[in-house]
Design a protein around this ligand. Structure first.
Ligand SMILES: [Zn+2]
Length: 357
């Protein structure tokens, strides 16, 4: 049988058209692609009773709230990358790093300053999605380190972006949850680990320009301020301080299934629900969004660095002027930060044990 060239072309064209349309819609509702085990895990988590929020109190929640409120203060003008509020925050972060006793790990002291040229960025399977990356100047990541107990181990890098959206039409976008919460938690973790050292050295990274297309993290690797082989793992913190359901998403177990038992162990002593989701590729995603590239961990992932991202679900105040420090749920925020601390301690032990073999 002879098949004409035209019908093949038409079929291929139709298939390409359908795939393109599916990508434009985003995430088709193929719930059945969740395996039974995954669906059962989600159901079990949702109905699981949580222990009362009785915490060991290793992290000082009042100091965390002070730091968060300083960054989310109207005088910081929404910390837009390259603008006065972000520069003031950067200077303040350097002071915090010094007081904590972090060693400088930037290019110029604690700082890694960088520029971004205007360019077009493509994404998607057929790379048809494009976005304009605006030029950025006066931007800088703030990097500090703590030595580990074991020589020769690579860093566990704890990252949180300190920039936010700035002022728009006269409204300050305070960015209390996004992401003063992540940075204040990172600082408090640094204070804890300065007194309670881990096996691995720790790298604390307050990253800039996340809201402008993850450009701070991109510049970090582009300028070789850090090389992927220096990193054992990236823990990215972005939006930790409020959720009406007391849920915290842990993103990255699809890419790194070995994290499941570790998270199970952390869950036992946590009063927040550690949801594992938002990391499936589009053909396995069901109705949930894929967050693998939604914050700086995406850049670490692209460079082959294992990652986990901790963050809450989007809330009605997300990316609005209403994301203010008085709307933070202090008890939840504290519980989340203690949970992240537990995770880092277990991760450090497990990776150190693996490195010995
Ligand atoms: Zn953010």
């Amino acid at each position: 049988m002879k098949i004409g060239f035209k019908p093949i072309l038409v079929t291929l064209g139709l298939l390409a058209g359908l795939t393109f349309a599916a990508q434009q819609w985003g995430y088709p509702a193929w719930q059945s692609w969740l395996t039974e085990r995954e669906a059962a895990r989600i159901e079990a988590l949702k109905s699981m009773p949580l222990p009362a929020a009785e915490l060991p109190g290793r992290l000082d929640k009042d100091r965390m709230m002070q730091d968060l409120s300083w960054m989310a203060h109207p005088e910081r003008e929404g910390r837009e990358s390259g603008q006065a509020g972000a520069l003031a925050t950067r200077h303040w972060l350097v002071q915090q790093y010094q007081q904590i006793g972090l060693q400088p790990a930037g290019v110029d002291g604690y700082l890694h300053q960088y520029e971004v040229q205007e360019h077009i960025q493509f994404s998607g399977v057929f790379r048809q999605r494009q976005r304009q990356i605006e030029a950025i100047s006066n931007a800088a990541n703030v990097l500090g380190r703590l030595p580990g107990k074991q020589a020769g181990l690579p860093y566990i890098a704890i990252s949180a972006h300190y920039d936010h959206l700035g002022v728009r039409n006269g409204d300050v976008f305070h960015g209390a949850d996004d992401n003063a919460s992540g940075v204040a938690a990172m600082l408090e973790l640094a204070r804890y680990f300065a007194l309670n050292p881990t096996e691995h050295p720790l790298l604390f990274m307050a990253l800039d320009s996340e809201e402008k297309g993850l450009q701070g993290a991109v510049a970090l690797f582009r300028d070789q301020a850090i090389r992927p082989e220096q990193l054992a793992f990236n823990v990215n913190l972005d939006m930790l301080s409020r959720d009406s359901e007391r849920q915290l998403f842990a993103v990255g177990t699809y890419q790194h299934p070995w994290l499941h038992p570790l998270l199970d162990q952390v869950q036992q002593q946590s009063s927040v629900r550690l949801m594992r989701a938002h990391d499936r590729p589009w053909w396995r995603a069901g109705r949930t969004e894929n967050w693998v590239n939604s914050s700086d961990h995406g850049v670490f992932h692209r460079h082959g660095v294992p990652f986990i991202y901790f963050g809450v679900a989007d809330h009605p105040d997300y990316h609005t002027p209403r994301d203010t420090s008085d709307r933070v749920d202090v008890t939840f925020y504290h519980a989340v930060s203690e949970t992240v601390l537990d995770f880092i301690k277990l991760l450090d032990q497990q990776l150190a044990a693996k490195a010995q073999h």
